[in-house]
Design a protein around this ligand. Structure first.
Ligand SMILES: Cc1cc2nc3c(=O)[nH]c(=O)nc-3n(C[C@H](O)[C@H](O)[C@H](O)COP(=O)(O)O)c2cc1C
Length: 147
C-alpha cells in the first residue's frame, strides 16, 4: 500500500498557549515515533497546517484522533495521497512558527490569506510547497535537538 500523505489546515482554539503547543508536540512526537509516522506542523496567525505521512492505517488512525482534538477546529483536508515517497523521512514531527518566516514568499502569501480570508485560494499545491520549504531548516534544528 505504501506511504500515505495527508495535508490539512485548521484553526487553533482561541487562548491556546505556547505551553499547550509544547505539550501537543511532545505527545505527537512520542506517538508518531511509536508507530513510525511523521511529518511537519506549521503554526501562524492562529492557524495550523500539518503534513502527516507513513503507513496508511497508522496515518488514518492518527488523523482521526487529530480531527477530534478540541485544541483546534474547522479542519480542512487539502491533500490526500498514497504511494509517494516520504517527504519528511526520519521526522517524528517538525514544527515551525510561521511568523518567524514571514520573509519567505510562500509564508507571506499564506499569512496574508489567513488575514484576509478571501485573498484567493490557498490550496494543496501552495500548502505542500510551503511545508517543503521547512525541510532543510528544521532538519538542522532536529539534529541539534537530538544531540
Ligand atoms: C494541530 C494538531 C496536530 C496534532 N498532531 C498529532 C500527531 O502528529 N500525532 C499524534 O499522535 N497526535 C497529534 N495531535 C494530538 C492528538 O490530537 C491527540 O491529542 C494525541 O494523539 C493523544 O495522544 P495521547 O493519548 O498520548 O496524549 C495533534 C493535535 C493537534 C491539535
Amino acid at each position: 500500500m505504501g506511504n500515505m500523505i495527508k495535508v490539512y489546515r485548521s484553526k487553533a482554539r482561541s487562548g491556546l498557549t505556547d505551553a499547550d503547543i509544547d505539550a501537543l508536540l511532545r505527545a505527537s512526537r512520542r506517538n508518531n515515533q511509536a508507530v513510525g509516522i511523521g511529518g511537519m506542523l506549521l503554526f501562524g496567525r492562529g492557524c495550523f497546517v500539518q503534513l502527516i505521512e507513513g503507513a496508511g492505517p497508522a496515518v488514518e488512525r492518527t488523523y482521526r484522533r487529530i480531527l477530534s482534538d478540541p485544541r483546534h477546529v474547522d479542519a480542512m483536508l487539502l491533500y490526500d495521497g498514497s504511494g509517494e515517497p516520504r517527504r519528511f523521512p526520519g521526522w517524528s514531527m517538525g514544527f515551525a512558527r510561521l511568523e518567524c518566516f514571514a520573509h519567505l514568499p510562500c509564508v507571506a502569501r499564506f499569512l496574508q490569506h489567513v488575514e484576509e480570508a478571501d485573498a484567493g485560494e490557498f490550496g494543496a499545491d501552495a500548502a505542500l510547497a510551503m511545508l517543503l520549504e521547512f525541510r532543510r531548516a528544521e532538519s538542522d534544528l532536529e539534529a541539534a535537538l537530538a544531540s
